[in-house]
Each structure stands twice: as C-alpha cells, then as structure tokens.
Design a protein around this ligand. Structure first.
Ligand SMILES: [Zn+2]
Length: 311
C-alpha cells in the first residue's frame, strides 16, 4: 500500500507528474519476434538501420523538447559508437539493455553477471558517462530470477525497469507490484515496472510495445491519464527505433503472429508518438527513479511465488 502523504511527501499535482520515456535501442532483426528465424550468427551480415532510426527518434524528441532514456544493447553500441555519443550529447540518458538481447530467465546468474558487465562497459566507454539503469530484454526478470536484482544491486545500478506486471504469452510477472518497488531489503535500488492500467479488475499492458501500435492512440491516452490522475503515479513508456521505420525489410518466413505484432501500425507510429509526447510530461528514467524512490514499496511476494523461489 502507498504510505499516506505527509508534508515531506505531498501528493503530486497530476498534471505535473513526470512520466518516464524510454527507447529500447535494438535493430529490426534483433527482436524476440524473429529470434527463431534470424540467428545471432547472422546479425553481422544484415544491413543495419538502427542508426538512422535513432536519429529520427532524437529529432522527434527535440521537436517536442523532451529528454528520454535509451536502453541500448551492448552489441549495438559496439558497432555504433558515434550514435551513442549523439544520444548523450542530445541530453538523453544512456542505460543498458544487456549485450545481445538474450532473456534473463535463460541465463545462469554468472552468465547474467557477465552479460550486464560487458554491455555496460561498452556503453560507458563510447559515451564517457556512467550507466545506472538497466532494462531486461523482453521484460525477462520475473519470479524465476530472484538473483537478477541481487546482481544488479551488487554491480551498483540505481534502478531497473525490467518487469511487465501483466500476463502475456512471452513475458510478464502478473503478481509483481504495478508501481516502483524495492526488490531487496538491503539495497536502495528500485524497479520501475512498465505501465499497466486497470480495466475493471484486470491489469492491461499500457506502456508501449505492440499494444501502442495496434490499438488506437485514444486507449494509451486514457490509460496514462488514469495512471497520472486517478493513481497519481508516473507512467513508464517504451518503444523501439524500428517502430518508426515503415520501410524496414519484411521477414516473410516468420510466423504470421510475429509478423502481425512487428509490422502493424508502423506507418502511424511517428504521428502517435508526437501526440503522446505532446499530451503528457515526459523525462529521463533516472529522474523518475529519483522521484519514485521516495514512494517505492518493499516487494512482498504472494505465497505461491515465494514457494516457486524456494525450489
Ligand atoms: Zn529489447
């Protein structure tokens, strides 16, 4: 439950709530939807489009005068160091999205430790800035990975935004808190889950991804307004550079469902993003993490989840 407001922790004016805007920097062929048809060993032979797309995103943010956080793959940063510097020079936060988009729940703890260490070192070397935020590929931190938060805290991260607190066929941790929480008793590190909204008693994903492209913008506007005005909390929104690129190559041999998720609404995406950044107040995730640290709850897992962790 939220702590009652005191003079030290006043209720925020809903119109002034700073929402977290984020971009998961990966190329069009590095997404979960195509992982079974395009292997990592093929990545180096595919013509990259990420740099042009990131510059489009930077321009769109500049038009609206907003800053955001770019969770970047180490693999991408290594090949596009100039792009990394341009992101930092434009005033945005650089954070880590792991090295090559492997999901956390498929790692051992030692493999995860190595993956995040490697990605962070590459990004920090390119930009000359300190990385303090992390987002797991495909929101793959859940009840199966109790060691992931420990590893992030031990490596000195200030925040993670790696949990989707909804039920979904590829990811999701529906029992997790919907807003900022402290996963570890011994660390100030917080988790900022991607936004969900309540539709009656149901949690629905409302923080970006395929839902944002497929559904009318009015749904996202309603959901974020509800989170800001009724629940008085910031939204955490994400999208990918390939989503503003309707001209990207089509992978015809991917399953129909994957193609539907990846290609629907690409042409309308930039227009929707312009409305989104205009309608709400947005900023970098590190700032949102600082604000939310005051209100983060401790993670209390339901008994069923605790039993899962114990085995
Ligand atoms: Zn990703």
């Amino acid at each position: 439950m939220n702590a009652p407001f005191s003079s030290h922790n006043p209720p925020p004016n809903p119109l002034s709530i700073l929402n977290g805007l984020s971009v998961d920097v990966e190329d069009w062929f590095q997404v979960g939807a195509f992982e079974n048809v395009i292997g990592r060993d093929e990545w180096d032979s595919i013509k990259t489009r990420v740099e042009d797309n990131v510059y489009r995103v930077i321009d769109l943010f500049a038009e609206a005068d907003v800053s955001a956080t770019f969770f970047t793959l180490g693999w991408v940063a290594k090949r596009h160091p100039n792009m990394i510097r341009r992101i930092a020079d434009a005033g945005h936060e650089l954070a880590s999205h792991g090295y090559d988009h492997a999901r956390v729940f498929n790692f051992t703890r030692a493999e995860f430790a190595e993956d995040i260490r490697k990605a962070r070192a590459i990004i920090e070397d390119c930009a000359g800035v300190q990385v303090t935020g992390y987002r797991a590929p495909s929101f793959s931190i859940d009840h199966r990975t109790p060691w992931a938060f420990e590893e992030l805290a031990e490596q000195g991260y200030a925040y993670s935004s790696s949990v989707a607190p909804v039920a979904h066929d590829h990811y999701g941790w529906p029992e997790a808190p919907r807003f900022a929480f402290r996963p570890l008793a011994w660390s100030p590190m917080i988790e900022l889950p991607v936004t969900s909204a309540m539709l009656g008693q149901r949690r629905v994903a409302a923080g970006g991804g395929g839902f944002f492209r497929v559904l009318p913008y009015a749904f996202s506007r309603w959901a974020i307004r509800q989170v800001n005005r009724e629940e008085r909390r910031p939204a955490v929104f994400y999208f990918h550079p390939w989503e503003v690129d309707p001209g990207q190559p089509r992978v015809s041999h991917a399953p129909l469902r994957s193609r539907f998720r990846h290609y629907t609404g690409l042409a309308r995406m930039s227009g929707k993003l312009r409305e989104l950044v205009h309608d709400f107040r947005w900023g970098r995730m590190d700032l949102v993490a600082q604000h939310e640290a005051l209100r983060a709850t401790d993670l209390v897992l339901p008994a069923a989840d605790m039993a899962d962790i114990a085995v």
